[in-house]
Design a protein around this ligand. Sequence first.
Ligand code: CMP
Length: 144
Amino acid sequence: AAERTLVLVKPDGVRRGLVGEVLRRVESKGYTLVALEMRTADGELLGAHYAEHEGKPFFGPLVEFMASGPVVAVVVEGHRAIEGFRSLAGSTDPTSAAPGTIRGDLGRDWGVAVTQNLVHGSDSPESAAREIGLWFPGLAPAAS
Ligand code: CMP
């Protein structure tokens, strides 16, 4: 069955003009874009989005970074799209992310407090449903 995942092009990706490149990779892989919006997220949305990281030392700086400019939020659909996008994105640290991935090809460590790694992708069906509900209320969280 097809699955839906929430992808974010983070403020660093938008500032660097990599929105098209990220979407190109998602579409070239064969996934479908089912919803897309550019917006600057507020602390309330980001606090909910990153609820599992609350209390960690990077939580405050992470929310501040994510609110620092517009992000592009995309709902991506396809069979195994959650795992598939995480594979396209590469591992969290862009310095060690494998070449061929979004983070490995396009990201680097800028020596700032928060890991700027260009994109976010939901990590499980439960996270995907929760995150899609936060960013796109009214959209079905799962493919029918
Ligand atoms: P993401 O996969 O979107 O989810 C949590 C984010 O927190 C992660 O990408 C990074 O941007 C950031 N992050 C994760 N670990 C750390 C860390 N140790 N220090 C700073 N930022 C981090």
